[in-house]
Design a protein around this ligand. Structure first.
Ligand code: NAD
Length: 395
């Protein structure tokens, strides 16, 4: 008999729905879990959206007071799915109560808030399981890339390129929303995923320099309705970048001097100005003996180049291999609906939830925990400092 865990879901926008979807499907995708999370209550910012969320979820109650939800003694686990600027107070409340936390990325909005979270963790002696929803680690193909890199199949790391490409900010008529405020720009929104993946696969860079772009200085305060022109709607200044390009040297944890001419280099690009892009995250990591590459638009496959395979007449054995990673997850996850089925974005969220609830059930941490999320927060601040100062920053 699985142990039921009551979840308090704080926020039910785009990602709150993905969490709810993931939780509902966990019994199929992760049948080996010994716990059964179910959403008990939901909090949103307005009474109408809260009630509509309750109806959609079929949960017991809805509120506009996230504190009451987190403090409800029947709530065992807290999911934080609010805009970035709202994470901190909810996190501090859940930490003080010692409840397990599954928090959306980025953990908070800046390094100063990260310091407050660290202080609260230390003061309270908090030791419950946590996870940050850096769900891109949840693709079997990404996990396979890590195995190949960690087992030395690429040789010594030489270079990498990792990017996240969206097109949404190209549209000048798209209204201002929280993602255009300082707590919501592309550095926090997309580069957070890329820095976490860089850390997961390679290690955070020793040094970085960055430059950013904001395409339109202002945006309409609300959507332009049929029959209106842009001139009919007031505008407000855009306060955050649409795109960032980051150049890196070395690997921080290696302790090696990043000024060594042979230090590895990387290019990290996060942009919402990529015409034609859908939701395209790609990486290519190369070493002295081989390389891996991955595209979120083809998540079934990891491509692997094994440089030890001989080239020869008619090609020999040299070339890229497409590894069919697909839905081939390790226990206690499974290959539902089948190992050969195509896999997608939501599946990685389910895999991320599965590692969190495994941590809750078994203790320890199977995914990127709050400490990892806070490390990424510091790195994001280094990116912002570099953009402002036009400098190289050390991590
Ligand atoms: N991991 C991912 O793939 C991914 C994808 C998208 C968003 N996110 C992250 O998820 C978070 C939310 O993003 P979103 O796109 O779902 O935002 P959203 O604007 O679609 O939804 C935000 C939700 O939070 C609620 N909310 C806002 N302020 C509140 C308050 N004070 N009290 C209670 N509820 C409040 C809103 O009512 C809404 O339900 C962000 O941190 C974002 O970075 C992660």
């Amino acid at each position: 008999m699985k142990k039921t865990l009551n979840v308090g879901l704080v926020g039910f926008g785009m990602i709150g729905k993905a969490h709810a979807y993931g939780l509902a499907t966990l019994p199929f995708f992760a049948p080996g879990l010994t716990v059964a999370p179910r959403i008990l209550g939901v909090a949103t910012s307005r009474a109408e959206t809260a009630e509509s969320a309750r109806e959609t979820l079929g949960c017991e109650f809805a509120t506009t007071d996230w504190r009451a939800l987190i403090e409800n003694p029947a709530v065992d686990v807290v999911h934080i799915c609010t805009p970035n600027a709202e994470h901190l107070p909810a996190l501090l409340a859940a930490i003080r109560l010692g409840k397990p936390i599954y928090c959306e990325k980025p953990v908070v909005s800046n390094a100063a808030e990260a310091a407050q979270v660290r202080a609260a963790l230390a003061e309270t002696g908090y030791d419950a399981p946590t996870q940050v929803a850096f769900h891109l680690r949840g693709f079997a193909a990404v996990r396979r890339a890590k195995e190949l890199i960690a087992s030395g199949r690429l040789g010594r790391l030489v270079r990498y390129r990792i990017g996240y490409y969206h097109a949404g900010a190209l549209d000048a008529s798209a209204p201002f929303r929280w993602k255009h405020a300082p707590s919501g720009g592309t550095i926090l929104d997309l580069a957070s995923h890329l820095l976490d993946l860089t850390d997961y696969l390679i290690g955070l860079p020793a040094e970085l320099t960055a430059t950013a772009t904001t395409l339109w200085p202002t945006r309409p305060v609300r959507a332009i309705q049929a029959g209106e022109t842009a001139a009919d709607v007031p505008t407000r200044p855009v306060e955050a970048e649409d795109a960032v390009s980051i150049l890196t040297r070395g690997v921080a944890q290696s302790g090696a001097d990043p000024r060594d001419p042979a230090a590895s280099t990387g290019v990290i690009e996060a942009t919402k100005l990529a015409a034609g892009a859908e939701d395209e995250m790609t990486f290519e990591i190369g070493g002295t003996q081989g390389a891996v590459r991955f595209s979120l638009m083809e998540p079934h496959y990891l491509e692997f180049f094994d440089g030890t395979k001989p080239s020869g007449a008619n090609g020999g054995e040299s070339g890229w291999t497409r590894i069919a990673a697909g839905a081939r997850y390790e226990a206690p996850e499974c290959d539902f609906p089948s190992a050969k089925s195509t896999t997608g974005w939501l599946r990685a969220h389910v895999a991320s939830l599965a590692t969190f609830y495994r941590s809750v059930a078994e203790g320890g941490s199977f995914g990127p925990d709050l400490a990892q999320g806070l490390r990424i927060q510091d790195a994001l601040d280094a990116v912002k400092r570099s953009v402002e100062r036009r400098s190289w920053e050390t991590l």
